[in-house]
Ligand binder design. Structure first.
Ligand code: MG
Length: 377
């Protein structure tokens, strides 16, 4: 079970159509595939989100990987702690927990995948055991216009998603028209959530939230700048709609501060923010102690992250009943099996060893070629 090799491959998996949110437009999932191979020939897979660039993330992952060779895949907590120390503290830059989390998430996933495969157990079993049999997801409707978002909402509601979620913060008139049209299409019984992704300050949020309440919105995620817990608390104190913290929480310290400030009714968090399983579980425990739910976050990711998220979500008692799911945006995936499409809004807890999936080597080669083609200038 000792780590013999760690390989890194930059990939680009295209989306079926452009992805619109308040910060821009995304064309596909750019990730770095992390492969951890043990002395017994077991291969664990993970992925790190490749922003600002795959090259930048790989440069840091190579430093982290150098600390891991020769050590056990069952030591991921210590390995990741040592990797962070050498990446950001030993050389005097001292602290970069958010970027480090993004870099190290893929290594954490790959180590846990290898550990689970070595033990012949799903990762959730190694984490203490699942407390549920399925993970429930919200229907994430997308589009450039209000009409396109509403069309997608109707499809998702008909597919069995109880909760419909869409991006706002794209202009007040467009946001309100989208909310009106989505509510009209999904009817009064479906739950509705919106996410401005930090685009509103407290004054702007107050104005928009009062209007959105007319459409039965049940949660507004991260309305304001992520670095001001005070602004988030101020918005929540005045809001008729519950408020979620997303980009305000990446670390256990931030989770504690947000909860202590009474700034959020829910915390949205994923493996790419926390740097892997250990810190995500710490944040879930902090939230559990305040009776706050955890909503599993999604980023520009492939099915590898969906499987890793499924494993950790299985063991979180205070998991929300509407979590993010991103594979529907992919034109094709690098996970060959199982099928990760939610059925009636849910994906079963995966029971295969490790993260519980089989990789599609042909599609990995295809995604590597797409990354090369896109970056050959
Ligand atoms: Mg969000």
């Amino acid at each position: 079970m000792k780590i013999a090799d760690i390989r890194l491959t930059p990939l680009l998996v295209p989306y079926t159509k452009p992805y619109y949110w308040s910060q821009g437009v995304i064309e596909g999932a750019g990730v770095v595939l992390v492969e951890v191979e043990t002395t017994e020939g077991v291969i664990g897979y993970g992925e790190s989100v490749a922003t600002p660039s795959a090259e930048a993330v790989m440069a840091h992952l190579r430093i982290a990987a150098s600390r891991c060779i020769g050590r056990s895949v069952f030591e991921s907590n210590g390995l990741l702690r040592d990797a962070y120390q050498v990446m950001f503290q030993a050389y005097g830059t001292c602290s970069s927990p958010r970027y480090a989390g993004q870099v190290l998430a893929g290594l954490s996933m790959a180590l846990w995948d290898a550990a689970g495969k070595t033990a012949g157990q799903p990762v959730h079993a190694l984490l203490g055991g699942k407390v549920r049999d399925e993970i429930r997801h919200f229907g994430f409707c997308q589009g450039e216009t209000a009409e396109e978002v509403a069309d997608d909402a109707e499809v998702l509601a008909a597919a069995g998603f109880d909760v419909i979620y869409f991006k706002v913060g794209r202009g007040d008139a467009l946001d309100l028209e989208t909310a009106r049209m989505v509510r009209d299409r999904i009817g009064p019984d479906h739950r509705m959530r919106v996410d401005p992704n930090e685009k509103w300050n407290p004054l702007h949020a107050s104005r928009m939230i009062r209007k959105l309440a007319d459409y039965g919105v049940e949660l507004v995620e991260q309305p304001c700048h992520c670095e001001s817990v005070m602004a988030l608390a101020q918005i929540r104190a005045a809001s008729p709609i519950p408020i979620g913290a997303d980009q305000s929480v990446f670390t256990p310290f931030e989770a504690f501060d947000v909860i202590r400030a009474g700034a959020a009714d829910m915390i949205t968090i994923g493996l790419h923010e926390t740097g892997g399983f250990a810190n995500l579980l710490k944040i879930a425990h902090i939230a559990e102690a305040a009776d706050v739910n955890i909503c599993l976050h999604g980023l520009y990711e492939t099915g590898i992250t969906t499987c890793a998220g499924n494993q950790v979500a299985a063991v979180i008692p205070n998991l929300d009943d509407a979590n993010q799911h991103m594979t529907r945006f992919l034109d094709w995936d690098i996970v060959k099996s199982p099928d990760l499409t939610p059925v009636n809004g849910a994906v079963k807890v995966l029971e295969g060893p490790g993260l519980g999936f089989e990789i599609d080597h042909d599609n990995v080669a295809r995604a590597a070629e797409l990354h090369r083609a896109r970056n050959s200038f």
